[in-house]
Ligand binder design. Structure first.
Ligand SMILES: Nc1ncnc2c1ncn2[C@@H]1O[C@H](COP(=O)(O)OP(=O)(O)OP(=O)(O)O)[C@@H](O)[C@H]1O
Ligand SMILES: [Mg+2]
Length: 885
């Protein structure tokens, strides 16, 4: 390999360790077990980051696929700008049909972000887009020579690309890919700095570049100006530039142009030249080139990157001859390179020129640029970055353009960019009615990413009193959704109730009423649950499911009946009425925006608890698929994993359940820390780990996700306090457990909720009190049995019978357990059956039954139960029981 060279024909000076690290990383792509990873170079402007990246590219040339991109100061607001550059070589060499095939299922999700598919009508989930991009890179990398992804000036990257890069760099699976990123530390601010820090944390190497020493600058001086450059002169170069590579190179080039004698006596001239290479000096140099040329440079700086000659010419408002002349002058002055597109020689120059444009002129330029860009067919989203710079001026047209851009941003999965456009539109300000709509749109833009912000915007929109009825109802419903997702379920219920009260009877009011039932029903605690249940029962009584509002009401009714422990048979009938030909009707599905995913989830859970696990699983799987297809891979996908995990838990496939539930939490972790969406996942995980007998792991998980009071504002499945009580019992914290279980029992009973499978508090409490308060224990056990029989599923009855048995001994216990086994054999819940078999084996001192129980427990992955059976078998053997020899 030939040594790397800098501008003066010298190797890059004092960068040996950085270059060696890069070489090592590139070689890693070709090792026996090829490895990729992330290298990050950061440092002040002009220290040589771009030069190092050029080096990496050179190392990969010929044997690797190298894709490069850079952020641009003026395009930071253009979503996926960097990603699009990276993929350009892969996408532009393919026909549209080939691109479609390449993207496969992800076409509708990442296609719009990449600009190869038209934006869809619905907002794309940013997480889904990031995941889709990751799949695409992986797929491409699998068929290409080892891939190196180079991103320069990442401090100016658009946030969407950077967020993707940060998650991409953390990926662990797939073909090895080397990612090399450089950024200016001082220019990284806000969210960008945050993402870059995250990036740095996952880097295998994070290097901060230092300025060159006086020795290195002397070498550069002599290589540029000749060996006769004397020591005092070289020393002066270093003092003027502080060892900054960019300034050194520029200063020496000037000195050469000016034929400066490189000796100590030229010190003053050197300082003067130094001033010209940056800031005001550079601008003075530009002004000397004349007003037309300056205007041309300004126009170029407004466009920033991808400086198309045609656009500069239109923007600067000059004829082709003048333009050609200006471009030539700027090239001569080492400010621009290229012909079409043009490019600034160095980003530092672009910045200096841009900042030198008088503010009023700059704004006017941006306004014109927005117009030119959208007229040139480059799309509203690209024009938007110019619109963002224009001064507010009551311009209705500008508001319309910004709203259009926001819609486009949303459709490509860039809600933050959409938010910026809409916030800017508000400053214009728009006419009052339009302002109300913009506020509503702002709320919708942040719905997937930030419930708290959404709440504010939607409240503002509603408070204007200017939304038309359908938009208003929609805004109220979305507000209630956002409140729930923001752990304010009670407020959610209040908001829809208040709105329902002021709406005339009709479909809109019905929708609000249904929403009210929904949020009240899923609240963790409720003031008058029985009254609400009665109202819901009355409302749903005659419904046949002829429209979506009716169907949703039936779904809610089915779940409420489940929580109350009404007859499972009737619950199934109600639930069936909520379906059309056995399936969710369009508009009431998992990705429906009018109702959200809660109603179908509650419906599917109702089937699950009614022992109709097949139907529940079909619905859960459908939810998972729907979220995947729509690219909703943030909170939604996390939730779908929770549900599928819980179906496994009910089936008794505990290891699978654990896997799904852990994955659900991992997915939720990507969205944020300890969010309401973690709540169900952690509750089910603790329940599953306890069933497995992995008490310590359950404790750890509970601690990590704060599965303790204060409880979330919406309920968890199974009942969170019951599960927590069970955990405390397993940990030997009996007193606390009893308090917890008594409390949840009181609250649920008061609310009219008596389902012992959804909330198994009574069963655990009976066992906990068996010795200290046998009377109360017996009372609880018979309560549990009574309620189980009213609910009427084999699972509920079997489990309650096991509980009764645990309070008795001898033949009575054996009889109860035999009955429990019979019931549970007819139930789909294998783990509960395994428990009953083992307990029966113990009570009946039957080795064959214990053996069968143990086999089943092992199949379930219930390690604690396996151990219990083994020990019981050992005891029998020791006691010489028949059949144990
Ligand atoms: N180690 C080095 N030895 C010699 N010349 C160097 C060295 N590093 C950079 N240079 C030269 O200095 C100039 C500026 O370097 P470069 O553009 O890589 O800086 P940068 O850190 O990318 O700056 P910016 O932050 O503005 O993008 C270039 O002409 C480059 O070739
Ligand atoms: Mg650079």
């Amino acid at each position: 390999m030939s040594p790397p060279t800098g501008p003066a024909g010298l190797p890059l000076l004092e960068r040996e360790p950085e270059i060696a690290a890069a070489a090592h990383a590139v070689e890693g792509l070709f090792g026996d077990t090829p490895s990729g990873g992330l290298l990050v170079y950061r440092g002040a402007a002009g220290l040589g980051k771009t030069a190092l990246l050029a080096e990496v590219r050179r190392m990969g040339a010929g044997r690797c696929t190298v894709w490069s991109a850079r952020g641009g100061e003026t395009v930071t607001s253009v979503p996926f700008h960097v990603v699009r550059q990276l993929l350009q070589p892969a996408l532009t060499t393919r026909t549209p049909a080939e691109v479609r095939e390449l993207l496969g299922d992800g076409y509708d999700i990442v296609g719009p972000a990449l600009g190869v598919a038209p934006p869809g009508a619905r907002p794309a989930d940013p997480q889904g887009v990031r995941d889709g991009l990751e799949t695409l890179f992986r797929r491409l990398a699998e068929t290409l020579p080892p891939l190196i992804v180079v991103v320069d000036d990442a401090h100016w990257s658009d946030l969407e690309s950077l967020a993707w890069l940060a998650s991409f760099a953390r990926r662990t699976a797939g073909p090895p890919i080397l990612v090399v990123v450089a950024y200016r530390s001082e220019d990284a601010i806000g969210e960008c700095a945050h993402l870059l820090r995250a990036l740095g944390e996952s880097a295998r190497l994070l290097v901060t570049l230092k300025a060159l020493t006086s020795e290195a600058t002397a070498k550069l001086a002599r290589a540029t100006l000749g060996e006769h450059a004397d020591d005092p002169f070289c020393r002066e170069v270093w003092e003027v530039t502080g060892g900054n590579a960019y300034e050194t190179v520029e200063l020496l080039a000037k000195a050469r142009d000016e034929a400066l004698d490189p000796v100590g006596g030229s010190a003053d001239a050197l300082s003067a030249l130094g001033a010209m290479t940056r800031g005001t000096g550079l601008i003075a140099r530009l002004e000397e080139l004349g007003t037309t040329t300056t205007r041309f440079a300004w126009a170029a700086a407004i466009l920033g990157t991808d400086i198309s000659l045609e656009l500069v010419v239109s923007l600067a408002g000059m004829g082709p001859t003048e333009a050609a002349d200006s471009a030539e002058r700027l090239r001569m002055a080492r400010l621009l390179v290229g012909t079409d597109p043009l490019e600034f020689v160095h980003p530092l120059i672009a910045t200096a020129v841009y900042r030198a444009i008088p503010p009023a002129t700059r704004t006017a330029f941006h306004g014109r640029a927005a117009w030119l860009v959208s007229r040139s067919g480059r799309g509203a989203a690209l024009a938007a970055r110019h619109l963002l710079e224009v001064h507010p001026d009551n311009d209705a047209e500008l508001v319309a353009q910004l709203r259009e851009a926001a819609a486009e941003h949303l459709a490509v999965g860039a809600p933050d960019a959409a938010r910026r456009c809409l916030e800017r539109a508000l400053l214009e300000p728009p006419l009052p009615r339009v302002r109300a709509e913009v506020l509503y749109e702002l709320g919708c833009a942040t719905l997937l990413s930030s419930p708290a912000t959404t709440v504010g915007h939607l409240r503002d929109a509603i408070n204007t009193q200017l939304l038309d009825e359908s938009m208003r109802v929609d805004a109220v419903f979305r507000l209630s959704q956002a409140l729930t997702h923001n752990d304010q379920t009670r407020e959610a219920a209040q908001v829809v109730a208040a709105e329902a009260a002021r709406t005339d009877p009709g479909p809109a009011q019905m929708r609000l009423k249904a929403a009210h039932f929904l949020w009240e029903g899923v609240q963790d605690t409720e003031d008058d649950g029985r009254a609400r249940s009665r109202r819901l029962t009355r409302t749903a009584a005659g419904l046949t499911g002829r429209d979506n509002t009716e169907r949703v009401l039936l779904m809610l009714r089915a779940f409420d009946a489940t929580a109350r422990g009404e007859s499972a048979e009737e619950i199934v009938q109600i639930a069936e009425r909520a379906l059309v030909d056995g399936a969710l009707a369009p508009g009431t599905g998992w990705t429906g925006t009018s109702w959200g995913f809660e109603p179908p989830a509650l419906l599917a859970l109702s089937f699950a608890f009614a022992d109709q696990l097949d139907r529940a699983e079909t619905l859960f799987d459908e939810g998972m698929r729907a979220f995947e297809i729509s690219g909703w891979s943030g909170g939604h996908l996390a939730f779908a994993h929770t549900l599928v995990g819980y179906a496994h838990r009910r089936r008794g496939r505990l290891a699978d359940a654990e896997m799904y539930l852990r994955e659900s939490l991992r997915l939720a972790d990507r969205v944020g820390d300890r969010l309401p969406m973690h709540w169900n996942g952690i509750c089910m995980l603790v329940d599953t780990l306890l069933a497995r007998g992995h008490v310590e792991e359950a404790r750890e998980a509970a601690e990590r996700y704060a599965f303790a009071p204060p409880y979330a504002s919406s309920l968890a499945i199974p009942d969170a306090r019951s599960v927590r009580g069970r955990l405390l019992l397993a940990l030997g914290r009996t007193e606390e457990a009893i308090t917890e279980l008594e409390a949840t029992g009181r609250a649920l009973t008061l609310r009219g909720r008596h389902n012992g499978v959804v909330a198994p508090w009574a069963i655990d409490l009976a066992r906990a009190l068996a010795d200290v308060n046998p009377e109360r224990a017996a009372e609880l056990a018979s309560y549990a049995r009574d309620r189980a029989e009213r609910f009427g599923t084999h699972t509920a009855i079997g489990v309650a019978l096991c509980c009764s048995a645990s309070l008795t001994e001898g033949p009575a216990a054996v009889g109860l357990l035999a009955e429990a086994v019979t019931h549970l054999e007819a139930s789909p819940c294998t783990y509960e059956l395994a428990v009953a078999r083992v307990e029966y084996g113990i009570a009946a001192r039957s080795a064959p039954d214990l053996g069968r129980g143990r086999v089943l427990a092992r199949e379930c992955g219930a390690d604690g139960l396996v151990e219990r059976a083994r020990q019981a078998l050992d005891d029998l053997r020791t006691a010489g029981a028949p059949g144990t020899a």
